[in-house]
Design a binder for this molecule. Structure first.
Ligand code: ZN
Length: 269
């Protein structure tokens, strides 16, 4: 639930045609708000380019509001030659679907490695080169996401409908670009802690299994700093721990589709 007396972000976002669902974002403290934020447009604005708004809303989800014990595992930044096939091995062995938010240039370089292994999994758009989209204007973000979209379609034969901004940085231009390309935005409400559980895959697995809730979207990475391999080492334990606790798994889109209508906080009066 977003509330705030000093800075009502929800109202601002609604004004831009953006719906925040199940939002867990913190609000800026008054002392953190720049004294002179850019006014009258600029890359941060989601409100000053009404002609760019294609639909009436873009949905931003941190999790899916549902009482069903189902979670979505998500893996960012791939595909990569060393780890991604190993993640796919574990998921395949366990019969667990997942969502991969892929980087366009990595799809171009390594798409062939995973092309035939994505049945049952979802592919999302994670930008072309993992630049901070929140520093780019609308045209640049749209070009970036579209280039990635086309690469995913061409290399993998999949049409993504979800995007995740690198670093979770969500500027107004990204909201508008997502809108114009028909994307909804997916963030996360749980994540791997590679530093804390550096040599403790069991601890990482327990942390995730103990902390998820129905509808959680779990962030991890299948490319990057070797520290992130903890996600791979922990994955069998995470899956087993969640199954023990009665959880099932779905792609993000299936998780959204399975949630009962009217379950979102928006509709709770
Ligand atoms: Zn990323």
């Amino acid at each position: 639930m977003i509330t705030g007396d000093r800075f009502n972000r929800r109202a601002l976002l609604r004004g831009a045609g953006l719906t925040m669902m199940g939002a867990a974002a913190g609000l800026l403290g008054a002392s953190e708000i720049p004294h002179h934020p850019p006014l009258g447009g600029g890359y941060a604005s989601a409100a000053d380019t009404p002609s760019a708004i294609a639909r009436s809303s873009v949905t931003v989800r941190y999790f899916v509001s549902t009482s069903a014990p189902v979670v979505a595992l998500t893996f960012d930044d791939g595909p990569g030659p060393n780890w991604t096939p190993r993640f796919l091995d574990v998921l395949e062995e366990a019969g667990v679907p997942a969502t991969f938010f892929m980087v366009g240039r990595n799809v171009r370089a390594h798409g062939g490695l995973v092309r035939d292994r994505l049945a049952g999994h979802e592919v999302g758009n994670h930008s072309w080169a993992h630049h901070d989209l929140a520093t780019m204007d609308l045209g640049a973000v749209r070009d970036d996401l579209w280039r990635t979209h086309q690469m995913i379609q061409g290399e993998l034969g999949r049409t993504p409908t979800l995007m995740r901004p690198p670093y979770g940085h969500l500027g107004g231009s990204t909201v508008l670009a997502a809108d114009s390309l028909g994307y909804d935005v997916i963030l996360w409400d749980r994540q791997m802690h590679e530093r804390r559980f550096r040599r403790d895959p069991g601890g990482q697995a327990k942390d995730i299994a103990d902390s998820v809730r129905p509808g959680s979207i779990v962030l991890s990475h299948d490319v990057g700093d070797p520290r992130r391999l903890i996600a791979l080492d922990a994955l069998p334990g995470i899956i087993a721990g969640l199954k023990e606790r009665g959880y099932g798994f779905a792609t993000v889109s299936d998780l959204i589709a399975s949630a009962p209508a009217g379950s979102s906080p928006e509709n709770r009066g």
